[in-house]
Design a protein around this ligand. Structure first.
Ligand SMILES: [Fe+2]
Ligand SMILES: [Fe+2]
Length: 237
């Protein structure tokens, strides 16, 4: 496991974590979270589950690409990225298991007929983009710091709801702890040396774009069209 002091990371990266958290509180009332509150059956979650399957099955591949693009000179980052890839590797299989249990799918091959929405692809593609650009800073700030943070709240809520509905599953439960950890695990690898105030702002903007992509994605799953734009402090513009 990646070795870091969470309190020190919290302190050192307030400038990044604070706008991400503010932005998340801004998007919390947009509809997705109250929709989860009102779920009456696990089957109602089917449209979300089918799209998130695409995210869960593609994410480890994007992380794998990031790993392969890290310059040798940054070899100290290999471990945390490969750990992340490993921890995500079977999540889509867990979700498949849950969907079969709940009768959302009749057989495994049905899932391959599902087309990801462009909003789902967009949220994954930002990971591929940062990997191809070899942008370790943007990866740690945007993919880990922002998207994993949003997913942590997503799974915290959904996991609890599924238990209430008698449809709890390891797929949902494992993400509560995992995504909270994923949201801070790699931050210490953000290269601060040579990062000017403008460079920091740019990194904050990249992270807020990730919050935006995530928000657009989860709401598109419910047919809600929203593209939030944030100030540098994470307030909605
Ligand atoms: Fe996952
Ligand atoms: Fe995760």
């Amino acid at each position: 496991m990646e070795n870091f002091d969470p309190i020190q990371v919290e302190d050192e990266f307030q400038w990044l974590l604070s706008p991400i958290r503010t932005a998340f509180e801004e998007i919390r009332p947009l509809g997705f979270f109250s929709w989860v509150d009102e779920l009456k059956s696990p089957q109602q979650f089917a449209p979300v589950a089918k799209q998130i399957y695409f995210h869960s099955s593609t994410f480890p591949k994007a992380i794998g690409l990031m790993l392969s693009m890290i310059p040798v000179e940054r070899g100290e980052v290999y471990k945390v990225v490969s750990e992340h890839a490993y921890e995500e590797a079977d999540h889509h299989l867990l979700l498949l298991d849950w969907m079969l249990q709940q009768g959302i799918l009749q057989n495994k091959s049905e899932i391959n007929k599902i087309q990801p929405f462009i909003e789902t692809s967009n949220c994954i593609n930002i990971g591929y983009q940062y990997a191809i650009e070899r942008d370790i800073n943007a990866w740690m700030a945007g993919i880990n710091g922002a998207i994993e943070y949003c997913f942590y709240h997503f799974f915290e809520k959904v996991s609890k709801k599924m238990h209430q509905l008698g449809a709890g599953h390891h797929y949902f439960d494992v993400h509560v702890g995992a995504d909270q950890y994923h949201s801070v695990m790699g931050l210490k690898h953000i290269e601060m040396g040579g990062l000017s105030a403008a460079g920091r702002d740019q990194l904050v903007r990249k992270s807020l774009n990730c919050v935006s992509l995530w928000t657009t994605m989860v709401h598109s799953w419910l047919g809600i069209s929203v593209i939030p734009v944030f100030t540098l402090e994470g307030k909605r513009r």
